[in-house]
Ligand binder design. Structure first.
Ligand code: PMP
Length: 347
């Protein structure tokens, strides 16, 4: 007899997310979690920790609003974009009644968050070109409150066509929100749909400091949406979601100097991505898909075998659920060179 019997059935039956670190991966080269290789340094002035943080620190909200070119009433900050996903589901979906819709292959947390709250999930796979299947989505909107679209899509790396996102917003008007996950958009800012916010009250955009801003360990993300949606999310969010030091660091990252550094690092990583794409693309039987984020999806003749030998040699990548595909995060030049050299040797 254990207390675990007391837990909700849904939770008892869940398999927890297994990161490579949790699975016992060990090595020198970690290109599995789309982290940045840049460990930037920040000053933390931790002299106010006897007081609770502000729920939505004004200076942080203003700094991100300026960066994203939106009004501060359109911004909510949370513990990573992952918490944004969870808040949207808890705010808009009635358990055991409403559904979310997402388009695999894509980011796993939409389904996980929905399942933990007893929200149904509907899937409409991406087309062969990894674009939205608009007609099938239209036929499946019954009970759907949230439609998740990831652009650049994780793990495929491509952008979702803007006209299709607009078509989705039109067909979902009055019925559902369209959530565009732009976790990787800082690597291709011109592809953002942020300019559509004013036009579509049912558009929500997720952002994060975890990727281009190299702050995955900070846990700071943003939800951009019309003020009515932000007000609703504020009813559900924990009272003190953003630790004081997080605000200090995030504001530094969003300062002119911080933004300049990020821009430089994005250029650097884009060059490494091009290097890896060119190098892998020359290998027999290998297909490298165009990627717009800090990762590439690559198809190999035998991905399981290659992934295993890379793992054994301390090069930790991400095995994608797509047949014979491995997702490679873009590291520094040395990490990219070593990974390419090892793969070349193996094939
Ligand atoms: N969306 C996508 C597409 C992601 O890949 C990730 C992180 N891997 C997230 C959201 C969550 O990011 P955060 O670290 O801000 O929770």
């Amino acid at each position: 007899m254990t207390v675990s019997k007391l837990a909700r059935k849904t939770v008892r039956e869940l398999t927890p997310y297994q990161s490579a670190r949790r699975l016992g991966g060990s090595g020198d080269i970690w290109l599995n979690a789309n982290e940045s290789p840049f460990a930037n340094e920040y000053n933390i002035k931790c002299n106010r920790l006897n007081r609770y943080s502000t729920c939505q620190p004004e200076e942080l909200i203003q700094a991100y609003a300026d960066y994203a070119n939106v009004k501060k009433e359109q911004v909510l900050t949370s513990r990573g974009a992952d918490e944004g996903i969870e808040l949207l589901i808890r705010t808009f979906c009635e358990p055991n009644q409403d559904s979310i819709l997402y388009c695999p292959p894509t980011y796993g947390m939409y389904a996980i968050s929905a399942e933990t709250f007893d929200i149904n999930t509907k899937t409409v796979p991406l087309t062969a070109e990894w674009q939205l299947d608009i007609a099938t989505i239209r036929d499946n909107l019954d009970t759907v409150k949230l439609i998740f679209v990831c652009s650049p899509n994780n793990p495929t790396g491509n952008l979702i066509n803007r006209q299709d996102i607009e078509a989705l917003l039109d067909m979902a008007t009055g019925k559902a929100l369209v959530v565009v996950d732009e976790a990787y958009i800082d690597f291709c800012p011109e592809a953002s749909t942020v300019d559509l916010l004013g036009q579509y009250p049912n558009l929500v955009i997720l952002r994060t400091l975890s990727k281009a801003f190299a702050l995955a360990g900070l846990r700071c993300g943003f939800t951009l949406a019309n003020p009515e949606i932000i007000e609703l999310l504020l009813k559900v969010i924990a009272p003190y979601p953003v630790p004081v030091p997080v605000t200090d660091i995030a504001v530094q990252a969003l300062s002119p100097a911080g933004l300049a550094k990020t821009k430089f690092q994005v250029l650097d990583l884009s060059a490494n991505r091009a290097y890896l794409q060119a190098g892998l693309g020359m290998l027999d039987g290998v297909t490298v898909y165009d990627g717009y984020g800090n990762y590439l999806l690559v198809k190999f003749p035998d991905a399981d075998a290659l992934f295993g030998s890379l793992w054994e040699h301390g090069i930790i990548l991400r095995r994608s659920p797509i047949e014979n595909c491995i997702r490679i995060s873009i590291g520094n030049r040395d990490e990219c060179e070593k990974t390419l050299a090892f793969i070349r040797e193996q094939l």
